[in-house]
Design a protein around this ligand. Structure first.
Ligand code: IMP
Length: 183
């Protein structure tokens, strides 16, 4: 849906900013992974939008797989519990894995996945996060590819949902508090 959704209080990252930044991330990733066996692993559902744009900004060879995990349920607070809902289709042993994640909040999901992929024998495991919430990580980790650092607030759009809604917004924005108050 175009700008001006009635439930959005404020746009934090515009469609133009996303496009420009993700193009630059694609260039950096292409330079770093040229000549390596790159597997991009998107974390469903939210990262699907980011993966689609990021991979179109790459000019190197790669393959893509997806995993679905749940750490949130339907509430807007992290439970810290990571459950695998859909596993990878292919083995990752010896491959260079780049996890593409829509948002890094506490970092629990990514920490779990990175450890899991190392256990499976990946040659390397790095992270590309479209947005990272400032000061939210419980144990800060180094993330080589970060799109945007945003305030520690609940956001929707560009794949991010509230109770499965708002994923299709082309920007990242804050919901009006009235939308989630009372839940
Ligand atoms: P973490 O494990 O706390 O880093 O949470 C990561 C997951 O929580 C993301 O992949 C999202 O699915 C969800 N999440 C965290 N913050 C937000 C938000 O502000 N809006 C929507 N989903 C979020």
């Amino acid at each position: 849906m175009a700008a001006g959704h009635p439930d959005i209080e404020r746009v934090l990252v515009t469609q133009e900013q996303l496009a420009e930044r993700i193009t630059a991330m694609g260039a950096a990733i292409s330079a770093d992974y040229r000549g390596r066996d790159l597997l991009i692993i998107g974390v469903l559902k939210g990262a699907a939008w980011f993966v689609a744009d990021l991979t179109r900004a790459l000019d190197i060879d790669f393959t893509v797989d997806f995993m679905a995990v749940s750490s949130y349920g339907n509430a807007h607070k992290s439970s810290g519990v990571v459950r695998i809902l859909k596993d990878l289709d292919t083995p990752i042993e010896g491959r260079h894995v780049l996890i593409a994640e829509d948002i890094l909040d506490t970092g629990l999901t990514l920490k779990y996945l990175a450890r899991n992929f190392r256990t499976r024998g990946a040659a390397s495991v790095e992270i590309a996060a479209c947005v990272v919430k400032e000061d939210a990580q419980e144990e800060p980790m180094s993330i080589p590819y970060v799109g945007f650092v945003i305030p520690n607030e609940f956001v929707v759009g560009y794949g991010l949902d509230y109770s499965e809604h708002y994923r299709g917004l082309p920007y990242i924005g804050l919901l009006k508090p009235a939308i989630y108050e009372g839940n």
